[in-house]
Design a protein around this ligand. Sequence first.
Ligand code: GLA
Length: 390
Amino acid sequence: MNIEKRKNILLKKFKELYPESNNPKVFAGPGRVNIIGGHTDYNLGFVLPTAVDREILMVAQNRDDYLLKIFSLDYNDLKEVSLYDLKFDNEKRWANYLMGVFYFLKGSGFKLKGMNIVFSGDIPQGGGMSSSAALEVVTAYTARALQDLNLTDIDLIKLSQKAENKFVGVMCGIMDQFASTMSKKNHLIFLDCADLSFKLIPMKFSDIKFVICDTKKERTLATSEYNKRRQQCSAAVEILKKYIPGIRALRDVSIEDFEKYKNKLPSPLNKRAEHVIYEIDRVKKVVEALGRNDLDCIGKLQRESQRSMRDLFEISCDELDIMVDLANSVRGVYGTRIIGGGFGGCTISLVKLEAIEDFKSKILSEYPKKTGKIPEIWVCESSDGVREIK
Ligand code: GLA
């Protein structure tokens, strides 16, 4: 459904729920894909994401008291929370993402007012496309816009990440919140997660598309295994520090040093570190290849990245492996890889325009036979980051 239609449905619901608020505004926080750079962000490496044309839409207006009234259209569920009673509550499920943002806004010293909110999203939930970051970012952006909060974009990104790390309890890196905030349509963000410096790289190719396939495999292990991978990367750094003084993160370990000292790392720390160190290098190589418009090279690096995530970082699963193999077997596909944290969710393929129909029919006919699951496929467009929809 297009954004205009979705907006009108939300506005109607808003009016029905909060007849006293008659001047709401509408905001959009997009999901993202990452072309390459899996699990490199929290290792202070590089990533190459962009926001896509699937987003959380949020309609909101300030209240005169301290109450947050939040309605999720997708769950048909209204939650009421006081700004004075913001603590993580399992029973409040989706509302924790918004509560976390308000909690840290308050913690930053802002005198907040309550709000009436209605929102919905079309980013696959738990699909590795950052539906949670999109929700955090659009909540922070909405509050900033409606309550005139003196918050820079970088503050907003960091605060949204903090809501996920310290309120919801997922130790994600900075990539998703950054991409959902800073993206520009038709560009990729080449982000250095060590100091958040970035370059916008124009996407010049007109004869290829990024195609997303949702495996429909729930990412049940996503949180616990994600946090475990993060700890393993830190543990590897602690050991390598003894041999390479001054390193802060795997980002600071050169390939040469890694090859020299990798035998000091027990398994699986050696595999985890190998993935991250070579993956950071692959991001740089993809950026160089973009400059030459060398799609074969980009596809090859995406395939390497996928193998490394499967065999060394071990974040794949049967459904993802099947999807990746099917996608790569179509003529006209350059490369395919997991988009987000792994353990299920979506893949992204770089596909020639003329191969898209073959691609769709192959996945739609073969994937269900092999997995019993019906996949969802869509050709995605890049998009601007979080914004007001007038
Ligand atoms: C999730 C996290 C990100 C990043 C990716 C893996 O999407 O939220 O911070 O670590 O996984 O690249």
